[in-house]
Design a protein around this ligand. Structure first.
Ligand SMILES: [Zn+2]
Ligand SMILES: [Zn+2]
Length: 343
């Protein structure tokens, strides 16, 4: 089978590898579409915390069932599916409390524990059957493969504690920020504001549900947001972009007792004005990956026909994985999400 490997930092190559064997509780998925994620890019540039070359990349994907383990029920060969590609231990305190996203023993693709390092950027992907979900007949594989990144943004929204839904600001309208805009609007926030210095990202934010967008470099974001919220600030600010001073900005945009949700993975520590936070009695909360309910909620929206077309900007064959990663690295084209196809 074909498999796209990161051979060295910033060097992709295709390998011909054996089709993996599955156990009694597993299925084998013939991958048809696989997403390129920020974490694949991290691995590509040598910054991932646990995926190092040589490694098969990819964890987002959709396709059809090709083989079924003997204990598995509810699937037939040819069923159209997408995958939730991490397996928690199910036993630790985090798992017992429903926070499987925080399980220290989670097993992920591209690591030894996942069939010796399998990923979704190849013809066949082995996975435990209880992490595989049916998709509707009219849902494209490329769209179904968006369920995993979308679930990350669903998790942020699900972590918000406050009940008021007057206004929310999303700082950084990359893939995760854009999904947060879409899902915040869907969750009922009256005014959804997207902030991004790139015009294309702001335009996309408006397409997916932003009522207002701001260019934080050339406009006075604090004034615009205070004007839009009767001088109060937004109920919630989601920080989906990393930059020095970004938390201070979020604090100043958010109302007293409001919430700041942190999803941006910043590789350097940043300082922030703690007095500004505590004197507003705001809370600051991190959000990491997603749990099963987040994934299932996104799958339901996808199967019900939510429009994700603004996210699907690029598609190319798996053999061009290197070009896909370069595109995301350099951002010299208007790109949200790149899908690799495996026909
Ligand atoms: Zn992902
Ligand atoms: Zn666990």
């Amino acid at each position: 089978m074909r498999a796209a490997f990161l051979e060295e930092v910033e060097k992709m190559g295709m390998r011909d590898i054996p089709v993996p064997e599955i156990g009694p509780d597993d299925v084998l998925v013939r991958i048809k579409a696989a997403g390129v994620c920020g974490s694949d890019l991290h691995a590509y540039i040598g910054k991932h915390i646990f995926r190092f070359p040589p490694v098969m990349l990819g964890h987002e994907g959709a396709g059809v069932i090709a083989k079924i383990g003997e204990n598995v029920t509810g699937f037939q060969i040819g069923d159209r599916v997408t995958v939730d590609p991490t397996i928690p231990c199910g036993k630790c305190r985090c798992c017992r409390e429903g926070n499987t996203n925080l399980c220290p023993d989670r097993v992920a693709p591209g690591t030894k524990a996942w069939w010796g390092g399998m990923g979704t950027w190849g013809d066949y992907f082995p996975i435990r059957a209880d992490h595989v979900y049916h998709i509707g007949d009219d849902v494209s594989f490329a769209k179904a493969a968006l369920c995993e990144p979308m679930a990350n943004s669903m998790h942020i929204i699900s972590q918000i504690q406050g009940k008021e839904k007057n206004s929310i600001c999303v700082i950084g309208c990359g893939t995760i920020g854009l999904f947060a805009v879409l899902l915040a609007k869907h969750a009922g926030y009256k005014t959804v504001i997207g902030s991004d210095p790139v015009a294309f990202n702001r335009e996309t934010a408006e397409k997916v549900g932003a009522d207002l967008t701001v260019d934080p470099i050339h406009q006075n974001i604090e004034k615009i947001i205070l004007d839009a919220t009767n001088g109060e600030g937004v109920d919630v600010t989601i920080v989906a972009a990393g930059a020095p001073g970004i938390l201070d900005q979020a604090i100043h945009l958010t109302k007293r007792t409001g919430e700041i949700m942190l999803i941006a993975m910043m590789s350097e520590p940043i300082a922030f004005d703690s007095w500004a936070l505590l004197s507003r009695q705001q809370s600051l909360r991190g959000s990491m990956l997603y749990n099963t309910p987040d994934f299932e909620a996104c799958l339901k929206l996808i199967n019900e026909g939510i429009d994700l077309s603004p996210f699907m900007t690029h598609s190319m064959p798996v053999e061009e994985a290197g070009r896909a990663l370069e595109l995301l690295k350099n951002r010299n084209e208007n790109v949200v999400k790149v899908t690799l196809t495996l026909d």
